[in-house]
Design a protein around this ligand. Structure first.
Ligand code: PGA
Length: 280
């Protein structure tokens, strides 16, 4: 467990700290624990030729100019093994987009966490709103999947976020807290957990919350994490929903934003790379 104290260097309490530290709502040492993560969610896009070409392009850029942020791409299952070969030796990590709650068995069409691991994945996205909505995934089901991922050694990117109706009704905080509480297994820590705040109304729409709105929800998620994980200050919280090269810098600079989960823009090498560079 990572011990975090809200103190300035040399153990001085924050009240005695220089103004630059006082002006920052998050202890800079907490921030230092969280290297930004830029994750590309390719969703149901990409065939062998264009998917491998995209991975090759990104691997080439990362080799020529190693990014400050951690980079991850999550192609569809059919491309995982091919992309893994392309990424061999690259700093770019590979992730799946979903897994089953069982580790193997009679589940036609599903993919198990150990299969993702075997294909070269180190992450898996779980609880994405497209799965919650299109496949009626409940918090309990997402929790079972997260347990399977954990048993397999995959880090989980747990997606949560409110619909437009829920936001308009002032229920965004309540919704993300409920999703977090219901889909987060006990005992998961920063080493194996990333939370992605993805307001459903921002996904694929070109609309985004303001950086201040994002910071506000992320702060709430961080507070909820304090009740649920041993090392809440070290857990990365990504923002996702219409992140583009043009808005990435300001969204990534918002308080408690530790990276981005990128959909559409992750399918264009220049755009994904520009977002990665915007992370610092
Ligand atoms: P988008 O998707 O960037 O295309 O809005 C984000 C996501 O669903 O992860």
């Amino acid at each position: 467990m990572i011990e975090v104290r809200r103190q300035a260097p040399q153990g001085r309490p924050l009240a005695d700290a220089p103004p630059s530290v006082l002006g920052d709502p998050v202890d800079f040492r907490e921030k230092a624990l969280r290297r930004k993560l830029i994750a590309g969610n390719w969703k149901m896009n990409g065939r062998r030729a264009d998917g491998l070409a995209l991975a090759r392009d990104l691997a080439g850029r990362a080799a020529a100019e190693p990014p400050a942020a951690e980079l991850l791409i999550c192609p569809p299952a059919t491309l995982l093994m091919g992309v893994a070969e392309v990424l061999a030796g690259s700093v770019i990590a590979l992730g799946g987009q979903d897994c089953h709650g069982d580790l193997a068995g009679a589940h036609t069409g599903d993919i198990a966490a150990p299969m993702l691991r075997d294909a070269g994945c180190s992450y898996v996205i779980l609880g994405h709103s497209e799965r919650r909505i299109e496949h009626h995934e409940s918090d309990a089901l997402v929790c079972a999947k997260a347990l399977a991922a954990r048993r397999t050694g995959l880090a989980v990117i747990l997606c949560i976020g409110e619909t437009a109706e829920q936001r308009d009704a002032g229920r965004a905080h309540e919704v993300v807290a409920r999703q977090l509480g219901g889909s987060l297994p006990q005992g998961l820590g920063a080493a194996e957990l990333v939370v992605a705040y993805e307001p459903v109304w921002a996904i694929g729409t070109g609309r985004t919350p303001t950086p201040a709105d994002v910071a506000e929800v992320h702060g709430h998620i961080r507070a909820e994490l304090k009740r649920r994980v041993a090392d809440p200050a070290a857990v990365r919280i990504l923002y996702g929903g219409s992140v583009k090269p043009g808005n990435a810098r300001e969204l990534l600079a918002a308080g408690d934003v530790d990276g981005a989960l990128v959909g559409g823009a992750s399918l264009v090498a220049e755009d994904f790379w520009a977002i990665a560079r915007a992370a610092g």
